[in-house]
Design a protein around this ligand. Structure first.
Ligand code: ADP
Ligand code: MG
Length: 282
């Protein structure tokens, strides 16, 4: 893995538990004009829970959750953890993850898939899925032998300090935007609670990095993420910031700055600190 060093001369910054990979990353932070945020695991607590299950007529909620859990026990995604916490998982074979989309595999001899509604058709459950998303939930579809057999509604809490942190960034003239692989409806609910007015939804990991490229007209852009499905975006931003590190090497390797803590108010604090630093240097 990459050796990290706290740059001498920005020692005060290490009080915040922030690691800069280079001195220029610290300077860059002071010049940021826009900050993009990943949703799940960055703006949210990253501890979603299953709150509703919609099923096809011949399936129970338990059937649907069990099929999903069988695959999700092979994923480290926060949604996967929520589903495996909700029910006992039967064994699966050939379980495979498609980053930012979901899982496929074989359960009890049947082909099963669980994931994003833009990736797996919701069929006769479409209205129910819209309803889940409309009330701010993340909806994942469960397929068995290519047919939708259920939809799982999950809820993740906005971090309690998110709105304050976003407000402080806006005070400092920094525009904010949310980038997410989740639906427009559930993203909007969370973004408005956080005070973020620009939302890009239904993005796969590579779309997130394209979205970053599209923000460059606004000036130097930072991307804040946890490394799960946002590695390419962290790498393509002028400044990649990893937060709430829980052992995601990907985040550390693709980021320029790593915060050891997960309090979002560290971001405006560090920006202010870097701006003061710049003035002293200038
Ligand atoms: P975000 O952009 O909100 O941080 P991700 O990019 O990690 O979220 O995932 C985007 C979407 O992809 C999720 O909302 C979900 O629909 C789907 N997804 C990703 N991984 C999984 C998984 N392991 N199981 C089910 N769905 C998943
Ligand atoms: Mg994420």
């Amino acid at each position: 893995s990459v050796p990290l060093t706290v740059v001498a001369g920005v020692g005060a910054a290490s009080r915040f538990g922030v690691v800069f990979k280079s001195g220029s990353a610290f300077e860059e932070l002071g010049g940021i004009r826009a900050m993009a945020f990943d949703k799940t695991g960055t703006l949210t607590m990253s501890s979603p829970s299953v709150v509703r299950v919609e099923t096809a007529p011949e399936y129970t909620a338990d059937d649907v959750l069990s099929l999903a859990a069988a695959l999700e026990q092979h994923s480290t995604h926060p949604l996967a953890r929520a589903i495996t916490d909700a029910v006992a998982a039967p064994p699966a074979s050939d379980a495979e993850e498609s980053a930012g989309l979901g899982m496929t595999g074989t359960v009890g001899g049947a082909r099963v898939a669980v994931g994003n509604p833009t990736w797996l058709s919701s069929g006769h459950l479409t209205a129910k899925v819209k309803e889940l998303q409309g009330s701010g939930m993340t909806a994942v579809i469960v397929h068995r032998e290519g047919e939708p057999v259920g939809a799982i509604g999950l809820r993740d809490e906005l971090r309690s300090e998110a709105a304050e942190a976003i407000g402080l960034l806006h005070e400092d003239g920094i525009e904010t935007v949310m980038l997410t692989g989740d639906s427009e409806a559930s993203a909007r609910a969370l973004a408005s609670a956080a005070g973020i007015d620009d939302v890009r939804a239904n993005l796969r990991p590579e779309d997130k990095s394209d979205a970053i490229a599209g923000l460059t007209g606004r000036g130097r852009t930072a991307m804040v993420g946890d490394g799960i499905n946002d590695g390419p975006a962290l790498a393509s931003a002028d400044l990649g910031i990893a937060m709430g590190l829980t052992g995601s090497d990907v985040a550390i390797e693709s980021a320029d700055i790593a915060f050891l803590g997960d309090d979002l108010r560290l971001l405006p604090q560090a920006v202010r600190h870097a701006r003061r630093g710049r003035r002293i240097i200038d």
